[in-house]
Design a binder for this molecule. Structure first.
Ligand SMILES: [Zn+2]
Ligand SMILES: [Zn+2]
Length: 288
C-alpha cells in the first residue's frame, strides 16, 4: 500500500466497485483546464480506484480531435509506471448522430464508447450545459414523441454498431426532459425493450452525473420528479439486466473533484437489484 494513500482519508466513493469508467481530461474542451492526465491519475490513485477509463469527446467538430488518441497514449506511457495499482484504459466518447462520427479513430483506442449527444435534425445538443429553456422551445416546436422516437432509434443504432463496445449515458435525454416537466418516462418504460435485442455483449453505462443533474441543476419541476426518474430508470435497468453484457459505473468527471463520485450509481444499482452485472475485467481485457 502506498503511504500516500494511507495518509488520505479518501475512499472509492462507490461501495460496489473500485472503478470509474468515464473521466474526461483537459483534452475535452468542456472539462477543467487543470485535468491533465497526470492530475487525473493522481486523484484516481488517491481515491483508491483500481481501474479508470479516460473518455474525451469526439464530436467530429474539431480538427484537433485527430491528435487526441496519440496525445493520450503518449502521456499514459510516461505516467503509467507511477501508478502500478491503477489500470488505465483509453477510450473516446464518440458522438452518435445518425452515424458514428470520427469512425476513422476507432482503432486508435482500447475500445469505443459512444453516446447520442446531438440530434441535429431537432437542433438538440445534449450536454450538461444544455439550457432548459431552449429545450422547452424545441419540444414545443417538434413534439415530445417525435424527439424521443428519434433519440431511441439512434440509441438502438448505436448499440447495434459493431464498433461500439460501451454506450455512454444511455437514455439520458429522457431524464433531462422529465426534469423540465415533460412526461417522457412513459415513452422510456414503454419502449425500452427495443434495447434488449441489441445490448448483448455490450456495456451499458450507469452515469451518475445525469442523476445529479436532474437532482441539482434543473428548474423547479426537478425535485418533484427526481424520485420518479430514478425509479423509472431503475426498472429499465432491472429489465435490461438479463439481456445486457455488463453495466459500467461512471462519474463523467469534468473536474478533478468529480472523479470517483459514484454515489448515485450505487443508489440506482441497489434500486434495480443489478449488483451481479457490474462491469468486470475480462470483458474489458478482451476488448483489445
Ligand atoms: Zn457525453
Ligand atoms: Zn462525458
Amino acid at each position: 500500500m502506498n503511504p500516500l494513500s494511507e495518509e488520505k482519508t479518501e475512499r472509492p466513493i462507490s461501495k460496489l466497485v473500485a472503478e470509474d469508467c468515464h473521466i474526461h481530461t483537459c483534452l475535452s474542451s468542456c472539462a477543467d483546464k487543470n485535468m491533465r492526465l497526470e492530475s487525473v491519475l493522481m486523484k484516481a490513485h488517491e481515491c483508491q480506484l483500481e481501474r479508470i477509463v479516460i473518455l474525451d469527446h469526439l464530436w467530429g467538430r474539431e480538427p484537433a480531435e485527430s491528435e487526441l488518441p496519440n496525445k493520450l497514449r503518449e502521456s499514459k506511457k510516461d505516467l503509467e509506471g507511477n501508478f502500478p495499482s491503477l489500470e488505465v484504459k483509453l477510450s473516446g466518447e464518440f458522438n452518435y448522430d445518425e452515424r458514428l462520427v470520427r469512425e476513422d479513430l476507432c482503432d486508435q483506442f482500447d475500445f469505443v464508447t459512444a453516446g447520442v449527444h446531438s440530434l441535429d435534425r431537432f437542433g438538440i445538443f445534449i450536454s450538461n450545459s444544455m439550457p432548459v429553456n431552449i429545450l422547452s422551445i424545441i419540444v414545443n416546436k417538434y413534439g415530445l414523441k417525435q424527439i424521443l422516437d428519434f433519440f431511441l432509434e439512434q440509441s438502438v443504432a448505436m448499440f447495434s454498431d459493431n464498433r461500439v463496445l460501451v454506450g455512454a449515458h444511455p437514455l439520458n435525454l429522457y431524464l433531462y426532459l422529465e426534469g423540465v416537466g415533460y412526461k417522457s418516462l412513459d415513452h422510456m418504460t414503454k419502449n425500452a425493450s427495443a434495447l434488449h435485442a441489441v445490448v448483448k455483449d455490450k456495456g451499458f453505462e450507469i452515469n451518475g452525473s445525469m442523476f445529479k443533474r436532474v437532482a441539482d441543476n434543473l428548474q423547479s419541476p426537478a425535485p418533484r420528479t427526481f424520485g420518479k426518474c430514478m425509479e423509472a430508470y431503475a426498472r429499465v435497468l432491472e429489465n435490461l439486466a438479463p439481456h445486457v453484457g455488463f453495466f459500467t459505473l461512471a462519474s463523467d468527471a469534468h473536474s478533478i473533484s468529480e472523479i470517483g463520485q459514484l454515489s448515485y450509481c450505487d443508489k440506482i444499482i441497489e434500486m434495480a437489484g443489478i449488483r451481479g452485472k457490474i462491469s468486470n475485467a475480462p470483458i474489458f481485457d478482451s476488448a483489445k
